[in-house]
Design a protein around this ligand. Structure first.
Ligand SMILES: Cc1cc2nc3c(=O)[nH]c(=O)nc-3n(C[C@H](O)[C@H](O)[C@H](O)COP(=O)(O)OP(=O)(O)OC[C@H]3O[C@@H](n4cnc5c(N)ncnc54)[C@H](O)[C@@H]3O)c2cc1C
Length: 309
């Protein structure tokens, strides 16, 4: 049961490598990383037996990446092609599966051996149900959601680095301009503490009360989809269709706890919620609940934390 691991997102590639390593060790099989960032030893240190290093790929475009992944698959003949479920990974994975005429399972968060099969789990129906799947095709393409697995502690490991010779086709799209993403959205994905705003907030200016709390706690600020997609007060949201997060502490402020939001925060270690409706669903998924008005509770928390400091 060999694995070929690919993601343009290094951290996600390392997370997938850790799980592939664990699964491969059970069967005594091999883990190969496809490396496009010129640092193959890092991937070996994170669990790969071999690193196929590709040079000259440049910035992401479907045609070159598709050609490289297909060539790597040809070389390695893996049983599983594991890709990051990033926007790019999800664009590429079905194209790879279609080119190979094999199965593709998307946005999986769990992968285990069961009765001789590799069984994956993923959320369906907006996060309200879990689908358990396996595919009998060889290879099978699987995309893995960010933060589904913990990466290994990097250790000096011995592995083989192979230069992958591949004719890289011209990109099928022309990049006219590259704009930096606002920093905040990546902050929330990596933050250890997150405070999130929901429709309990009446006006955009009111979100400022969260900034002070965020500064004291060293937290990033997130929100629900209506705050971002409907009201346009922030440029991203947390949840099944937004950013999935895994902080030590997630504080919800004026959030009802709809399944689509909860599906993106369920891996948080501790959830604290402030909502003035005692019957709001968010209280059921919270470790600590404050039934109260955010406009009173948040300033009171800030005051108390300042006094303690
Ligand atoms: C396909 C699909 C995908 C979706 N994906 C996502 C997603 O990824 N993320 C996401 O967040 N949503 C998503 N949604 C939307 C989701 O269904 C909910 O509509 C949304 O999460 C609700 O946001 P909310 O909790 O801010 O607002 P509401 O549901 O309106 O809740 C507001 C809460 O604030 C409380 N409140 C009001 N005033 C105060 C106050 N002064 N003090 C304290 N509490 C107060 C109320 O009691 C209420 O519980 C998706 C929906 C669909 C259909």
């Amino acid at each position: 049961m060999s694995f070929l691991v690919i993601s343009e997102d290094r951290e996600l590639a390392f997370q997938i490598l850790a799980k592939a390593r664990e699964l491969a060790d059970v069967k005594g099989s091999e883990v190969v990383a496809l490396v496009t960032d010129g640092a193959p030893q890092d991937y070996i240190n994170q669990g790969a037996d071999k690193a196929l290093s590709v040079k000259g790929l440049g910035s992401y475009a479907v045609a070159p990446y598709r050609a490289v992944v297909l060539k790597a698959s040809d070389e390695v003949a893996p049983e599983y092609i594991l890709m990051g479920a990033t926007k790019r990974g999800k664009e590429l994975a079905p194209r790879i599966a279609a080119a190979l005429g094999v199965g593709c399972m998307n946005e999986c968060y769990s992968m285990e051996h069961e009765d001789g099969k590799l069984v994956v789990k993923k959320l369906t129906y907006g996060g309200s149900t879990i689908a358990t799947e396996y595919s009998s095709s060889v290879p099978t393409v699987i995309t893995i959601s960010p933060r589904s697995f913990e990466k290994l502690e990097a250790a000096e490991r011995v592995g083989e680095v192979i230069e992958l010779e591949v004719e890289i086709p011209e990109p099928d799209v022309k990049v006219i301009e590259v704009r930096e993403k606002p920093k905040s959205s990546s902050d929330v994905e990596n933050a250890d503490i997150i405070i999130s705003a929901g429709r309990g907030f009446k006006a955009k200016e009111d979100l400022k009360i969260l900034d002070e709390l965020a500064e004291i706690l060293g937290a990033a600020v997130g929100c629900t989809r209506p705050i971002s997609a409907d009201l346009g007060w922030m440029d991203f949201w947390v949840g099944i269709s937004g950013k999935k997060v895994k902080p030590s502490l997630y504080i919800t402020c004026g959030i009802s706890g709809q399944i689509q939001h909860v599906a993106g925060i369920r891996d948080s270690k501790i959830i604290v919620s402030i909502n003035n409706d005692e019957s709001a669903g968010i209280h059921k998924v919270s470790d600590y609940s404050i039934v109260g008005d955010i406009y009173e509770v948040v300033p009171a928390l800030v005051k108390a934390l300042k006094e303690r400091a």
